[in-house]
Write a protein that binds this ligand. Structure first.
Ligand SMILES: Cc1ncc(COP(=O)(O)O)c(C=O)c1O
Length: 351
């Protein structure tokens, strides 16, 4: 009999990343876009994929996708670097700028993957908790400086609070610290301003975006970073060979040809977000947090976990974020119909 292999120390103390994927009528738990890209996108994608020479490795330079992203963002192609979802971009950034003996700062409460990726890449985590209204202020910038971290994460608009940080705040962090400031802009399309203009003057700012939210392509797994060309050179050193498949690259290029159609649903989603804030605010005893993203964080009157379960019993899945913000739930701005069903079910649950 052979013995079982032993994993890396501490591995089994950490659970797998879990987000329930249930086949329900109302899924408002993962901040996805509620409507797919129009049929014309799928037809173009089918044509693009049909002729791919899949017996060969894909373009390791991802040239067509990087050029299309450069054209869309106005950022030079040598400072654009895509990967399989922004989670992979973040992993590569930590592999290059974090790692053993180095540290990354996060402002909690924030996207749980940031801390998880620190663990994965053996980057020491230093954290500071922000209080409502979750804005990074001068004292927090001074803390980041004193912490001497190699990487600072800023999520703006932030998941799960919905708070956006101003461009001036991010410039302040980039100037005050010698860290790589990673601005996670997964939800920037729903907010007001991007940190991208800072990248030209601040070689230590990297803006990370995704096709998974406003772009309605969570299933394709495409994210990218916009940064100085020197940073992209560093990412080449850590990425796996040919990390993006030809299929994924084709999906990205085709999606960018349909970018205006994707953008068309943003206003409708913002409208449902604002409607959620308004309707939830009318509930006695609820605390609702203003949001610049495509979701709303709220603390219901009563036990959030029990309310989450009772919504689920009615076929409505939202996110339990009590592990990140006390007694809080997060609901994605879906279609008008989905939001109707959520609000109606919540009313029933709260009696
Ligand atoms: C703040 C934030 N960043 C990144 C991601 C991951 O995006 P992707 O699907 O591109 O990996 C998410 C997903 O929920 C997110 O909330």
């Amino acid at each position: 009999m052979s013995s079982s292999p032993s994993p890396r120390p501490g591995l089994r103390e950490v659970g797998p990343y879990d987000s329930p994927q249930l086949d329900l009528a109302v899924r408002l738990n993962a901040n996805e876009c509620p409507v797919p890209l129009p049929a014309a996108f799928s037809e173009d994608l089918a044509v693009a994929v049909r002729d791919l020479p899949l017996n060969r490795y894909p373009d390791g330079e991802m040239k067509a996708l990087r050029d299309a992203l450069a054209a869309r963002t106005g950022h030079p192609a040598d400072g654009v670097w895509p990967a399989n979802g922004s989670n992979e971009v973040l992993t590569q950034l930590l592999q290059a700028y974090g790692g053993p003996g180095r540290s990354a700062a996060v402002f909690e409460p924030t996207y749980v993957l940031h801390r998880r990726l620190c663990w994965l890449t053996q980057t020491e985590l230093v954290e500071r908790r922000l209080d409502h209204p979750f804005r990074i202020g001068d004292e927090d910038i001074a803390w980041a400086h004193d912490a001497g971290a190699d990487v600072v994460f800023v999520c703006s608009p932030n998941n799960p609070t919905g708070t956006a940080q101003t461009r001036d705040t991010i410039a302040g962090l980039a100037t005050a610290t010698r860290a790589l400031v990673i601005v996670d802009e997964a939800y920037a399309d729903f907010g007001d301003e991007s940190a991208l203009p800072l990248v030209t003057d601040h070689a230590n700012v990297a803006v990370v975006r995704t096709f998974s939210k406003a772009f309605a392509l969570a299933g394709a797994r495409i994210g990218y970073v916009l940064a100085a060309p020197a940073l992209v050179e560093d990412l080449r050193r850590v990425r796996l060979p040919y990390h993006m498949s030809a299929l994924t690259q084709a999906a990205g290029v085709t999606a960018l040809r349909h970018a205006d159609e994707a953008a068309a649903s943003i206003d409708a989603i913002r409208k449902q977000r604002d409607r959620l804030v308004e309707s939830l605010s009318r509930i006695d005893g609820a605390t609702v947090f203003p949001s610049r993203a495509n979701f709303v964080l709220f603390q219901p009157p009563g036990d959030a976990k029990a309310i989450w379960q009772r919504l689920l019993d009615r076929g409505v899945l939202i996110r339990d974020v009590t592990g990140v913000v006390p007694n809080a739930l997060r609901v994605t701005a879906g279609t008008e119909h989905e939001v109707d069903l959520f609000l109606k079910s919540l009313e029933e649950v709260l009696g």
